[in-house]
Structures are given as structure tokens and as C-alpha cells.
Design a protein around this ligand. Structure first.
Ligand SMILES: Cc1cc2nc3c(=O)[nH]c(=O)nc-3n(C[C@H](O)[C@H](O)[C@H](O)COP(=O)(O)O)c2cc1C
Length: 175
């Protein structure tokens, strides 16, 4: 019997409560990213699965960010951000940038090795790929903001397996 917070994993339909939605999303695999920003307002970053490609012309990406995160204000003020796709084995980075290791703001960059491309937002040297973005638009939706960026630089990193999150756990995706 499953009496826990996450609900039973059984096939079937239910009305779309927030818990049912979260349980449903546990069945969707997503690449884990670290989204960063730097500028006059400060340096910070957070772990995000809710990242998507919008268009290749002009190259455009979006990130969904909880309004409670301090990162939203920093990205809006700095006007730039970078999306770093994590490699398998980067669980410590993912947990650090999810705020689960007691670090905030620039202190989260103690893990990993970091560079910059065009905008000054930190890019992770070990990332499978990094997309450097100028902020184009911010749209509030429900509990989140959708941060839309125009991609101004792309850096492909070392080839390797990807870090995904699926069924509430980190999982490697082989290349
Ligand atoms: C695997 C994983 C994926 C996450 N994906 C997102 C996401 O897509 N959007 C989001 O707002 N928060 C996401 N979070 C939570 C944020 O990383 C976390 O709330 C954030 O780092 C807190 O930052 P703050 O301390 O600056 O507010 C995710 C956390 C984990 C562990």
C-alpha cells in the first residue's frame, strides 16, 4: 500500500489536483539543467527541468521559474542568463543549485568549473551544452514566470551521458 505523499503509481484517470499533476509529471523524463545569471544585480543560478526550445530562428529558449525564487529578479535585472545541460554524474551540482546544500547566490558556484561566453552568465565547462541568452521576455503564469531568451552563443562541451530526472530520481541517459 502506498500511503505516502507521492500517491500510488497505478494506471488510471483522476481529476487534475496539484498532487495528481505532480504524480503525473513523475512519469515524464526531463534533462536536468543549471540556469545561471550574472551582472550588476548579482550572480546566481538554479536547477531546472522546465527548459524548452522555442525556435531556431532566431534561436530562442524558455525556462519556467517559480516566482518565490530570488533568481527571477536577478535574471530580470541582469537581462541575461545561461542554460547549462548537465552531464550524468552531476547530481551534486544539481542538488547544490536546487538549494539543498545550504548554499545561495554566488556560493553555489563552489562546485564545478565555470567560464563565460558572450553575456557574462556563468557556463559550466562540464556541461553537455551551454546556451548563452539575452532576456527577451518574461511572462507570469500561475505560480511561475516564463523566462524567454534569445540565444546569442552556444558552447558544445565534452560528449557524454546526460543527467535526467525521472520517477523522482536522477538517472543517466547513455549517449
Ligand atoms: C531536479 C530538479 C529540477 C528542478 N526544476 C525546476 C524548474 O524547472 N523550475 C523551478 O522554478 N524550480 C525547479 N527546481 C527547484 C529549484 O532548483 C529550486 O527551488 C531553486 O534552486 C531554489 O533557488 P533559490 O534558493 O534561489 O530560490 C528543480 C529542482 C530539482 C531538484
Amino acid at each position: 500500500m502506498d500511503g505516502g505523499m507521492n500517491g500510488p503509481i497505478v494506471p488510471g484517470m483522476t481529476s487534475a489536483t496539484p498532487q495528481a499533476y505532480r504524480d503525473g509529471m513523475a512519469h515524464v523524463a526531463g534533462h536536468v539543467h543549471v540556469v545561471t545569471t550574472a551582472g550588476a544585480a548579482g550572480t546566481s543560478g538554479f536547477t531546472a527541468i522546465a527548459v524548452a526550445s522555442v525556435s531556431d530562428d532566431p534561436p530562442t529558449m524558455l525556462v519556467c521559474l517559480n516566482r518565490k525564487s530570488l533568481n527571477g529578479g536577478l535574471i530580470e535585472a541582469n537581462g541575461v542568463f545561461a542554460v547549462n545541460a548537465l552531464p550524468a554524474g552531476a547530481e551534486v551540482l544539481a542538488e547544490t543549485f536546487a538549494g539543498r546544500r545550504g548554499l545561495a547566490g554566488a556560493d553555489r558556484f563552489a562546485f564545478g568549473s565555470w567560464s563565460t561566453l558572450s553575456t557574462g552568465s556563468p557556463t559550466l565547462d562540464e556541461a553537455l551544452v551551454s546556451f548563452d541568452c539575452r532576456l527577451a521576455e518574461v511572462r507570469p503564469v500561475a505560480t511561475h514566470i516564463i523566462v524567454i531568451g534569445q540565444v546569442v552563443a552556444v558552447r558544445v562541451g565534452p560528449a557524454g551521458a546526460a543527467l535526467a530526472y525521472f520517477d523522482r530520481a536522477y538517472r543517466p541517459i547513455p549517449r
